[in-house]
Write a protein that binds this ligand. Structure first.
Ligand SMILES: [Zn+2]
Length: 201
């Protein structure tokens, strides 16, 4: 007697969803059957959104922000302070700083933080690109705005160590941000104050 198996397209989607962070095989199956039974076009809209995500976005070749146009809107904006560079972990942190309206310089997105526990080293982040930018740019100040977490703090210390001696002021956000919290979840007033009150690292 043949064993009943799922049709290949169903099994394929379960397998793909199960590879995403935070989704186990059970959730993957539940989501797959939800999309299968759903009478609307949701599955096709999701497919289009996924395709657009990969085909219509890229990293900015200057700051590594996610963008539709390269260079991104911020790198392309001559009104912004060319000598101020703010280093953040993720694009969402940059958006949080933008919402605070307290910053008018450039950004550099690392795309993560150094974490020995998760096996993430400087070579997995946009660190070489940052060194290159600092050495070849004319920045007067580098603001290390990594998250107030263990990983964020060690990343800032690491960057400070390798970038010291480049004739550039290196600062960090003022304390007062909740420890362990992410910049992206910090309200704009607190973030604005942390920026205004930044000090040498
Ligand atoms: Zn950019």
């Amino acid at each position: 007697m043949a064993t009943a198996v799922l049709p290949q397209p169903v099994q394929n989607l379960i397998n793909e969803l199960a590879r995403l962070p935070g989704i186990g095989p059970k959730s993957a199956a539940r989501l797959t059957f939800f999309l299968l039974r759903d009478g609307s076009n949701q599955a096709l809209e999701l497919a289009d959104a996924l395709r657009d995500l990969k085909e219509r976005t890229r990293f900015c070749s200057v700051c590594f922000n996610i963008t539709e146009n390269d260079p991104c809107q911020i790198c392309d904006d001559d009104e912004r302070d060319q000598e101020l560079l703010c280093v953040v972990e993720e694009p969402l942190d940059m958006l949080a700083l933008e919402r605070s309206r307290a910053y008018n310089g450039r950004y550099h997105i690392l795309h993560g933080a150094i974490s020995p526990v998760e096996g993430i080293g400087p070579e997995d982040l946009k660190v070489d690109e940052l060194i290159h930018r600092v050495q070849n740019g004319s920045f007067r100040e580098l603001i290390l705005a990594t998250n107030p977490t263990l990983e964020g703090e060690s990343t800032a210390l690491y960057l400070k160590r390798i970038l010291a001696g480049n004739d550039i002021r290196i600062t960090g956000l003022a304390r007062g941000l909740s420890v362990g919290g992410d910049l992206e979840y910090t309200d704009e007033i607190t973030l604005g104050r942390a920026l205004d009150g930044r000090s040498d690292l």
